[in-house]
Design a protein around this ligand. Structure first.
Ligand code: WT7
Length: 635
C-alpha cells in the first residue's frame, strides 16, 4: 500500500523560455532518447568516451550473468582520475571545484589544484595507515570539505568508502561498521547544526566499543570542543596531514571498471540495512552524463546540490558528477534557517548560484516562513531548480517556481534511488513540465508502470514502477548478500528480467510519469528512507516493549511522519515517562530522524491469521478511512 498519496495529475503545463531551450545541452530530448533505444551499447560507449580510461573496454555490457550485469568490461579506470587528475592538466586547475560555507559563517574555497593536492596528501596518509585496495573505510562526518577529500582519497587508492550519514546513532553506525568490516574510520570531533554542536566523536567512541574491529580513527577538528582521544587508536587529521608521509602526489590506482567504489547503506523491507554497492566505471559515466543532461552544467555555472554528502544524492551530485564535469560545487554545513530563514537565499545571492537542487521537504519548510525572506535577496543568478527525494506536491512546486525561480527557472523533478546511482526519470530543461510529475525517463532508461503480472497499466491506472533494461549506474549487488540483491529487485518480474523499484506510479496520456510513493514497507520522513521493520525492531529492543508496528502518516512539511503502536510486556503500564524513554531509545538505536511523531500503547495489533501485522488497517484507522477487506484479519 502506498505510504503517501498526492493529488491526482493536474494538466497544468509550464514551458521553458526560448533562451532556456536554445542554450540547453539537450535541445531535443526525443531524438536523444531514440538514439539510445536504437543502440544502447553504442550510446553508452559514446558517453563513456568523454571520460579518461587507462585501458579501453572489450565489451560495453555483459548480461551473461544477469541480473549481475557488468559494464565496460575489461576497462581500466579510476573515478578520482576523472574527477581530479585530468582537470589539473588543463586550465581548470585554477577553477573552483568546491566552495564551502560553514554554519557559523566561516568559508573555504578549493580550486581543482588545491582539492587534488589535499586528496593526494590524505590518500598517502591512508596508505601509510595500512589501507589497501579493496579495504572498506567508514566515514562518519558532518558536511565539511574533509568529507569530500576522504571519499576521493579512498577512491584514489582503490579503497571502498562507506559513508554513514552524520545523523545516525551509535547503534546504526556500529551495524554498518560491522557489516563492512572497516578497520579504519574517519570522523569529526563534532558538527555545527542550528548553532549547536553535534557530538560525532562521542557517537564514534560508543560505536567502536560495540564494533571493536576498528583499529584506527582519524578525527577532523571542526568544533574544537573537548573530546576523548584514545592513544594508539585515534589520530588528528591535521597532525597526520602535517607528516612527511602526506606527500602532495599520489597516483590514482588502476581499477577495473567493475571494481567497487563505495557501499552506501539504505533501508529496505527487513530490519537490516542493505549495503548498496556501486563501481568505478559505470557509475562515473552515469553520474556525469545525467548531471550534464538534466542540470545542463556549463563551466560558468555555480552548482548547489543542498543534500548531505552522506546520502546518494550527495555522492552522485555533490561529489562525483560535478567534479567529473569540472563544475564548481557548493557545500553548506548547516540548517537552512540558521540563524534566520534567509540563510539559503543569502548563499544563493552571495555566491551567484545558478542551479539549486534540493528536496520537497526543504522547500515546504522554507515556504512556511513566507515570501518576505527570499524576496529580500537578489536571486536573479538562478537559471534552473531541482527537486528530489519524494513526490513534490504541486503547491510546493508552484511556490518554488514563482517565489524562488521568478517563473524563469524550470524545475527538474528527478526520480531515482540509492540503487540507481543517478537520475532515472527526470525532465531536461527543454521540455514542458507539469507540477508533481518527474516527466519522462532519462535517455538510455526504459521504465513502465505494470500490474502484479507484468501487464502494462493503461494511463491513469496505478501500478508498480519497473525498469526494463540495465543502465551503467545500476547497483551491482547488495554487499555480501547477492541473494538479497536478486530476491529484492529481480525476482518479482524474473521472467521479464525487470528491476522492481518498490514505488507505485502512474503514467498519463502524454507518457508523463507520476510517482505516488513506496508500495513496500519503506517510509520517507523528510525524504529520508526508513524501513518499518527497522523502526519496529528498534522499539522491541527496549525491555518494556513486546511487539510494535509502525506506519507512515502524511505530514505537511515532512511528507510523512512515523506513528508507532506498541504492546507492552505483561504487567507493564504505559506512561508519559515511558513514551519519552522510547523516543530517546529510538534516537540512540537509529537516529533522530526515526523518532516516531506519535507512540500509542495498545493491547493488541491487527494481524492476519498467519501472524503478519496488517499495517494497512492501522493506517486506515489512524486516517479515519474505511478499513477495507478484513477477511484475513485474525480474531
Ligand atoms: C525513493 C528512493 C534518489 C536520491 C534520494 C532518495 C523516492 C526519490 C523522487 C521524486 C517522487 C521520489 C522514491 C524512491 N523518490 N525521488 N523525484 N519523486 N519520489 O534516494 O533514499 O534511495 O529513496 O525516494 O520513493 O524509491 P533513496
Amino acid at each position: 500500500m502506498a505510504q503517501e498519496t498526492f493529488a491526482p495529475p493536474v494538466s497544468e503545463w509550464y514551458y521553458p523560455s526560448d533562451s532556456v531551450k536554445e542554450n540547453a545541452i539537450v535541445r531535443d530530448y526525443e531524438s536523444l532518447y531514440a538514439e539510445a533505444q536504437g543502440d544502447l551499447e553504442g550510446f553508452w560507449a559514446r558517453q563513456a568516451e568523454k571520460l579518461d580510461w587507462f585501458a579501453p573496454w572489450e565489451k560495453v555490457l555483459d548480461a551473461s550473468e544477469a541480473p549481475f550485469y557488468k559494464w565496460f568490461v575489461g576497462a581500466k579506470t579510476n573515478i578520482a582520475y576523472n574527477a581530479l587528475d585530468r582537470h589539473i592538466k588543463t586550465w581548470r586547475r585554477n577553477k573552483l571545484a568546491l566552495v564551502w560555507e560553514g554554519e557559523p559563517g566561516d568559508k573555504q574555497t578549493f580550486s581543482y589544484w588545491r582539492l587534488w593536492r589535499e586528496v593526494n596528501k590524505f590518500a598517502n596518509v591512508l596508505k601509510g595507515m595500512g589501507v589497501r585496495k579493496g579495504d572498506r573505510v567508514t566515514v562518519y562526518m558532518g558536511r565539511v570539505p574533509e568529507l569530500v577529500i576522504a571519499m576521493l582519497a579512498c577512491a584514489k587508492i582503490g579503497a571502498v568508502h562507506s559513508v554513514v550519514y552524520g545523523g545516525f546513532s551509535e547503534h546504526a553506525l556500529a551495524d554498518r561498521i560491522e557489516d563492512a568490516q572497516s578497520r579504519v574510520l574517519i570522523t569529526c570531533d563534532g558538527a555545527w547544526l542550528r548553532g549547536n554542536i553535534v557530538r560525532l566523536k562521542d557517537v564514534v567512541d560508543e560505536a567502536v566499543r560495540r564494533s571493536p574491529i576498528v583499529e584506527t580513527v582519524i578525527v577532523v577538528k571542526r568544533t574544537a570542543h573537548d573530546i576523548a582521544m584514545e592513544q594508539g587508536r585515534d589520530y588528528w587529521y591535521h597532525d597526520l596531514m602535517a607528516l612527511p608521509i602526506a606527500n602532495g602526489n599520489c597516483e590514482s590506482v588502476e581499477m577495473d571498471a567493475e571494481d567497487p567504489l563505495f557501499i552506501l547503506y539504505t533501508s529496505g523491507t527487513t530490519g537490516k540495512p542493505k549495503g548498496i554497492l556501486h563501481t568505478h566505471g559505470g557509475y562515473q559515466v552515469y553520474t556525469s552524463a545525467t548531471l550534464e543532461w538534466v542540470f545542463d552544467l556549463k563551466d560558468e555555472d555555480r552548482w548547489w546540490c543542498a543534500a548531505d554528502p552522506g546520502w546518494i544524492t550527495g555522492h552522485s551530485y555533490i561529489v562525483y558528477g560535478p567534479l567529473i564535469l569540472g563544475a564548481t560545487s557548493i557545500l553548506y554545513e548547516g540548517a537552512p534557517n540558521q540563524p534566520y530563514p534567509n540563510r539559503w537565499w543569502k548563499i544563493v545571492e552571495e555566491y551567484g548560484v545558478t542551479v539549486l537542487y534540493t528536496a520537497p521537504t526543504a522547500i515546504r519548510g522554507l515556504m512556511r516562513f513566507g515570501d518576505a525572506w527570499p524576496n529580500r535577496h537578489d536571486l536573479s543568478s538562478l537559471r534552473l531548480l531541482g527537486s528530489v527525494g519524494e513526490p513534490i506536491n504541486p503547491e510546493a512546486w508552484r511556490w518554488f517556481y514563482k517565489v524562488i525561480g521568478k517563473e524563469r527557472c524550470p524545475i527538474m523533478d528527478t526520480w531515482w534511488q540509492t540503487e540507481t546511482g543517478g537520475f532515472m526519470i527526470s525532465p531536461v530543461p527543454s521540455v514542458g513540465l507539469k507540477p508533481g510529475s518527474a516527466t519522462r525517463p532519462i535517455p538510455g532508461v526504459e521504465v513502465d508502470v505494470v500490474d502484479d503480472h507484468g501487464v502494462p497499466c493503461p494511463p491513469g491506472v496505478d501500478g508498480n514502477l519497473v525498469i526494463k533494461q540495465p543502465w551503467p549506474g545500476m547497483l551491482r549487488t547488495v554487499y555480501k548478500d547477492p541473494d538479497r540483491f536478486v530476491k529484492q529487485y529481480w525476482t518479482t518480474y524474473q521472467d521479464q528480467g525487470w528491476y522492481i523499484t518498490g514505488d507505485s506510479a502512474r503514467k498519463d496520456d502524454d507518457g508523463y510519469f507520476w510517482i505516488i510513493g513506496r508500495n513496500d514497507d519503506v517510509i520517507k520522513v523528510s525524504g529520508y528512507r526508513l524501513g518499518t521493520a527497522e523502526v519496529e525492531s528498534g522499539l522491541v529492543s527496549h525491555p518494556a516493549v513486546a511487539e510494535a508496528a509502525v506506519i507512515g502518516m502524511p505530514d505537511e512539511v515532512r511528507g510523512s511522519v512515523i506513528y508507532a503502536y506498541c504492546i507492552l510486556k505483561a504487567g507493564l503500564e504505559g506512561s508519559d515517562a515511558l513514551l519519552d524513554e522510547l523516543k530517546n531509545h529510538i534516537r540512540h538505536e537509529i537516529g533522530p530522524i526515526a523518532v516516531p511523531a506519535r507512540i500509542e500503547f495498545v493491547p493488541q495489533l491487527p494481524k492476519t491469521r498467519s501472524g503478519k501485522i496488517m499495517r494497512r488497517v492501522l493506517k486506515a484507522r489512524a486516517t479515519g478511512q474505511p478499513e477495507g477487506d478484513l477477511s484475513t484479519l485474525e480474531e
